[in-house]
Each structure stands twice: as structure tokens, then as C-alpha cells.
Design a protein. Structure first.
Length: 202
């Protein structure tokens, strides 16, 4: 069993963005590549979770999967569950594709700052929580499946039911690193905090 697997969430409908954000570019580099590199810097393996119709757009050298049939299209929790169920590891570092300003420095800092005994470690800035840049312990897989079986799809609700440690973002990186990109206008200076990188509620 691997120690740490990275989960790259790239399955959102990107309604506000207008096209799949995973393949949008910043400085000539696709969003998913930024996230992949940030995860690969600290994880033994990285799995990309995306919609079936997008799988062929990723390089064949990457490990790309879609939601398990049982929970297909049910949002970030379904994506995280699928990755955990199909790629066994002791822990999982989760990162959505719409946070291209997070790099190896931030993923490394989160790994180092996380307490080994908690179920989930996530980041909190002064004005918002960032549930999808987080470290998940593999032991909560069964609990996660139970939530999905009960049609509880909200990440924040699930985090409240398990032992979640919220780290101040200052312990991990500069505040600007934790920006989400939800609209093309963001690249021209807009500042968005929401995220829809995997369909369904947060």
C-alpha cells in the first residue's frame, strides 16, 4: 500500500467558466498541469478524477479515472471516494484543478503541518474555508461510503462529522496562492473564491 496518493479533482461542469477548467491555460500551462505537478512533488502517485467524456483529453501517461458507477456524478465526495477505493493508500492529498497558484511549496507545507491523528486536515483563510485542498486519512473510506449511500453529498457536512483540523493558511503559504478560478475574467484580475471542480455541492 502506498503512503500518500494525490487526488486531482477535474470533473466539474465548469458552468461559470464556460469550458472545462482543467484544460484552461495560465502562462501557457494547463490548470490541471499545475495541480498535477504540485501533487506529484509530495505524493508517491497521483490519480486524476474526471468525467468519462474528458478522460481522453488527458495524456495517456497519467492515471485518469471516473466516478464509480454507484456514485457517478455526485460531486467532490464521490470523486474522493472513488480515488480512495481504487487507489489504496494510507492518506490522500486532495487538490482541485482550479487552484493553479498552489505549488509544491504549499502541498509540502500542508503535509508537514498536518497532525497524523486527525481524519482530515484542510486550509482556512481569514474569509473562507478551502475544503478541497486537504489531506484525508484512508481510514475514513467506509464512513465516506456511508455518507454517499445516505445521499449526503456536501463536503463541509462530512468534514463536520469526522475529526477535521483547520489550519490557518498562513501556516501553508501566501493568501494569494489559495485563489480559485471560476470565470475566465479572473485571469484578467477578477477574484473568485467558489469552486465547482467536481459537480455537486460543497
Amino acid at each position: 500500500m502506498k503512503e500518500t496518493v494525490g487526488i486531482l479533482l477535474a470533473g466539474g461542469l465548469s458552468r461559470r467558466f464556460g469550458s472545462p477548467k482543467a484544460f484552461a491555460e495560465l502562462d501557457g500551462k494547463a490548470f490541471y498541469e499545475y495541480a498535477y505537478d504540485a501533487l506529484a512533488a509530495v505524493c508517491e502517485h497521483v490519480v486524476v478524477i474526471t468525467r468519462p467524456e474528458l478522460k481522453g483529453r488527458f495524456p495517456q501517461t497519467l492515471d485518469v479515472i471516473s466516478d464509480s458507477q454507484k456514485f457517478a456524478g455526485l460531486g467532490p465526495l464521490a470523486g474522493i471516494y472513488t480515488a480512495m477505493a481504487e487507489r489504496p493508500a494510507r492518506q490522500y492529498l486532495v487538490l482541485p484543478c482550479d487552484m493553479p497558484f498552489i505549488g509544491a511549496a504549499e502541498t509540502s507545507a500542508l503535509m508537514q503541518a498536518a497532525s497524523p491523528g486527525v481524519d482530515i486536515t484542510a486550509i482556512r483563510t481569514d474569509d473562507h474555508d478551502i475544503p478541497l485542498f486537504s489531506l484525508w486519512n484512508g481510514r475514513i473510506l467506509d464512513r465516506l461510503e456511508q455518507e454517499l449511500d445516505e445521499e449526503q453529498l456536501r463536503v463541509m457536512v462530512f468534514m463536520a462529522k469526522v475529526e477535521t483540523e483547520w489550519l490557518d493558511s498562513s501556516a501553508v503559504g501566501e493568501t494569494d496562492a489559495f485563489r480559485n478560478i471560476n470565470k475566465p475574467g479572473f485571469l484578467k484580475g477578477a477574484d473568485e473564491h467558489g469552486s465547482d471542480t467536481s459537480t455537486g455541492p460543497i
